[in-house]
Design a protein around this ligand. Structure first.
Ligand code: ZN
Length: 412
């Protein structure tokens, strides 16, 4: 009996000590900034957030973050954790010459640097030839084997037969593709279900790609095929993301019920209006285009701007003007993991306010991804970071990460 009582007291003490109080200069709660706020965390949840004087510090470990802004852990809406920068190794060679274990070994490093850069959640949109490794890496993170962000996996992603890559081999060879081919009622239904069965949190479809009569992208799946994929995924509660840059590919994705559109490079005001009407979010991936243009020889700020960049700036502005919901997503993997803040910097460079860019990677991201993250308020998951300075005034402050907590555990 006495032993039981002692255990009870020990449990009480453990529960009391479990709390942590974070005292930054200010808190950006996912919507607005509050000077002089503090946040109390217990277990893996935020217990309280408000003016420092109102936050109980009794029995809590207090972490002083003087001069820093505390904000929700950032969300990367579009990553490829199994790719590394194309100026190191072109995509084709990664897919064709780098084996699964090699790619997974790199990905472990990618996950760690992403987390330490303050990105506590990634939606990974396709392993690009690395099978279901994203699901297993997610398991490794969740089991505490390697440090990393929360991972939303989409496994192999789905392309229409003949539309994707690698290309350029002798035509009698059937070359393994960077995503899984499927078409029509039978195979598309089966592949969507199979990927969900393998652990896909999101289904990723390629709604257009560079194929057929070029140059440029052409639609791939028909509207009926996309509807079928969305309906099939919906039964399992799995949302669909569609890669699309052409107005027709985007239009089909919107009408089919996709929840996000990736890239949207050639989006028109009409298509963006349709996105707003159907509550579809855009993941603009500005940083990827910026990176590939520079790999192709463009020196930023020198010489004529590449057509792709001019086009991207114009379509991003049209999306903002139309009031499209923007989910911050960079296509990282094309460029270095851990450099994810580049997307937020570019959103500001292309016309967004720093606060709106931050919302795209926090509160809006939490909503679009259907997760209890992205907002600093009682009850939310304790994914919190602190950066030196004030990113609502200077977005580059996101580069100065001094504290990272995910799910109540401190990593930095
Ligand atoms: Zn991508």
């Amino acid at each position: 009996m006495r032993a039981l009582f002692l255990l009870f007291l020990l449990a009480l003490a453990a529960a009391a000590q479990d709390a942590t109080v974070l005292k930054p200069a200010r808190v950006f709660d996912g919507e607005t900034s509050h000077e002089g706020w503090a946040v109390r965390v217990r277990g893996n949840r935020i217990e309280a957030a408000g003016p420092a004087a109102s936050i109980d510090i009794a029995n809590a470990k207090v972490i002083d973050l003087a001069g820093a802004t505390l904000l929700p852990g950032l969300v990367e809406g579009h990553s490829h954790i199994l790719l590394h920068p194309y100026n190191e190794t072109p995509w084709n060679d990664q897919v064709m010459h780098e084996g699964l274990a090699l790619r997974a070994a790199r990905a472990v490093n990618h996950l760690r640097v992403t987390l330490l850069a303050g990105f506590t959640t990634v939606r990974d949109l396709g392993t690009e030839g690395a099978g279901y490794a994203d699901v297993e890496l997610k398991q490794a993170v969740n089991q505490g084997i390697v440090p990393g962000p929360r991972v939303l996996a989409s496994t192999r992603a789905i392309v229409a037969t003949g539309s994707y890559a690698p290309k350029g081999f002798a035509l009698e060879f059937r070359v393994p593709q960077g995503a899984e081919e499927a078409d029509g009622i039978d195979s598309l239904t089966r592949v969507v279900r199979d990927q969900i069965g393998h652990g896909a949190d999101w289904i990723k479809l390629y709604g257009d790609y560079r194929w057929g009569v070029g140059p440029g992208a052409r639609p791939t799946f028909s509207l009926d095929e996309m509807k079928l994929a969305v309906e099939t995924a919906k039964s399992a509660g799995v949302p669909v993301a569609v890669h699309s840059s052409t107005p027709e590919g985007m239009r089909r994705a919107i009408l089919a019920g996709a929840e996000t559109i990736e890239h949207g490079d050639d989006g028109t005001p009409e298509v963006f209006k349709l996105m707003v009407e159907h509550n579809v979010a855009l993941c603009p991936t500005l940083a990827a285009g910026d990176a590939t243009s520079q790999y192709a020889g463009w020196k930023k700020g020198q010489g004529p701007e590449p057509r792709g960049i001019t086009r991207k700036k114009a379509s991003f502005k049209a999306a903002l003007d139309a009031g499209v919901t923007i989910l911050s997503g960079s296509d990282v993997g094309v460029f270095s993991h851990g450099d994810n803040a580049r997307e937020l910097e570019m959103m500001v460079e292309y016309g967004m306010t720093p606060v709106n860019a931050l919302k795209s990677a926090t509160s809006i991201a939490g909503r679009v991804l259907h997760m209890e993250i992205g907002t600093v308020k009682a009850g939310m998951l304790a994914d919190l970071i602190a950066v030196d300075g004030d990113p609502t005034k200077e977005i580059a402050a996101l580069r100065r990460v001094k504290f990272v907590m995910k799910n109540g555990t401190t990593y930095k």
